[in-house]
Design a protein around this ligand. Sequence first.
Ligand SMILES: [Zn+2]
Length: 170
Amino acid sequence: MNLFDAVSAAKAAYDLAAIAVQARDEVKTQAAMTDLRERLWDMSNTGLSQVQALHSLELETQKLRMQLSESERAQAELQAKLKEDAQYKLAEIRPGIWAHTLIEDMETPVETRPNFCAACYANGKKVPLRYISALGDRTEMWRCLADGAHTYRNFDAPRKPHNRSAGWMG
Ligand SMILES: [Zn+2]
């Protein structure tokens, strides 16, 4: 039953009760009053459930609005990330060693330009790699500043002797 029908039924029951009262018909008045009470009860129940339905609709709308602004925020974030990612390129800095580099730095020698850890980059973090040149027994490597396990070694790099002046001078 919708609220309009419930109100109409209650009004009809009230009219019947009023007629019975005017006619001073005790039996009809009792019956009409009972009917009116039921109609009023129906009306308030219908009204209440409609208010509840309206309220839950309002909550649903609020939830949708929040989801919308959340997805708008996520989309803006994604666009910003894509725009930022477009400034970087995955580059092979040595055979088999990959790092992310700013496109504007691509022409700079790999030892001196900022290179970013590919493992961290995959996790959404841009962490610079520290360059360590080959020296003595040490291989040339790039080490992630966030995680020492992200160390990229180039075993093929020519090694310089520890101390050029010792043993090589005359
Ligand atoms: Zn890393």
